[in-house]
Write a new protein. Structure first.
Length: 310
């Protein structure tokens, strides 16, 4: 069911005042509702995003999807459906990996090796329809599980509602550390039927300047209908004092590093696929050239949801 663009334009005004929310509205009634990251730094003894002391951090993460839900409801998509990821697997046994939603829509998720030359933010052409090559599954993933730290990639904190009283009660996350080391790592979500509102919590989605995280939405014919950078408040013009570092221990909290954020979309035009690629938080002045292009960075996600009509 297609909703009028006017509904989405109206909610933009309401969302402007929400701290940490980026809303990009298109003329066709499309909006990307992205939160700023919530960070939980790693330490020499473990992840600050784990354990009872990190409960306030997880509570903050849990609220990041609220503006997307409001945006979706304003557009007529008021029923939120959480994904069923299937049983935990380390690594996944089927790739792409089948998942489902309560309303009957299914989804396949896969790790992709995405050439930078196909991504506008990395020097490629606009609206390039490539989704990258299907990555090889190995012992580094992709996997669906609760990590030993009970966090997302690189200590990025969980949302409280998915954390659980114990690891056994916790919602598993999709995680990868298995790309080819040269191309950008991306996660591709493919829906059995086109959708108009979708989102998920992403962990450690790094982004900076000429190496931004990027998203593409595709129609049923495989054409890109929307794309853009996934920025943080500082990432577009970040300095080395704000982001990156020579090693994991010295990496600054910024440009998505060790943070969790919500990425959500609401669109008048149905979309059949979403591709999200990770960027980099490091500059080439901080590290080797092979370590500042995004090719060695990874990502994770949890809590994917659709919003649909009644």
């Amino acid at each position: 069911m297609t909703k009028p663009a006017a509904g989405l334009a109206a909610i933009a005004v309401a969302l402007i005042g929400l701290v940490g929310i980026t809303l990009v509205a298109g003329a066709s009634g499309y909006s990307a509702v992205f939160s700023e990251p919530v960070y939980a730094p790693s330490t020499s003894s473990g992840c600050a995003g784990s354990g009872q002391a990190a409960a306030p951090i997880r509570t903050a993460v849990d609220a990041l999807d609220d503006p997307w839900a409001l945006s979706a409801a304003a557009a007529g998509f008021s029923v939120v459906q959480p994904v069923d990821m299937g049983p935990p697997a380390d690594p996944v046994t089927a790739h792409p990996t089948p998942m489902s939603f309560p309303g009957g829509i299914s989804m396949e998720v896969s790790l992709r090796n995405v050439a930078p030359s196909t991504v506008l933010g990395h020097g490629g052409p606009a609206l390039d329809s490539s989704v990258g090559a299907l990555a090889t599954v190995n012992n580094n993933g992709p996997n669906i599980k609760v990590s030993s730290s009970r966090t997302l990639q690189d200590c990025a904190p969980y949302p409280a509602s998915l954390y659980g009283a114990s690891a056994a009660d916790q919602e598993p996350a999709w995680n990868e550390n298995a790309g080819d080391g040269t191309n950008l790592n991306g996660v591709l979500f493919e829906f059995s039927s086109p959708v108009q509102s979708f989102g998920a919590f992403f962990g450690d989605l790094e982004t900076r300047g000429d190496t931004p995280a990027w998203y593409k939405l595709f129609d049923t014919a495989g054409n890109v209908i929307e794309e853009g950078a996934v920025e943080t408040a500082e990432s577009a013009s970040a300095t080395d004092a704000e982001c990156g570092g020579a090693s994991t221990g010295s990496d600054r909290l910024g440009c998505g590093n060790q943070g969790t954020r919500w990425l959500g979309w609401v669109s008048n035009e149905p979309f059949a696929k979403v591709l999200v690629t990770v960027g980099d938080d490091d500059s080439c002045a901080q590290t080797a050239p092979s370590q500042c292009s995004g090719g060695t960075e990874h990502l994770s996600w949890v809590g994917a949801r659709l919003a649909v009509t009644d």
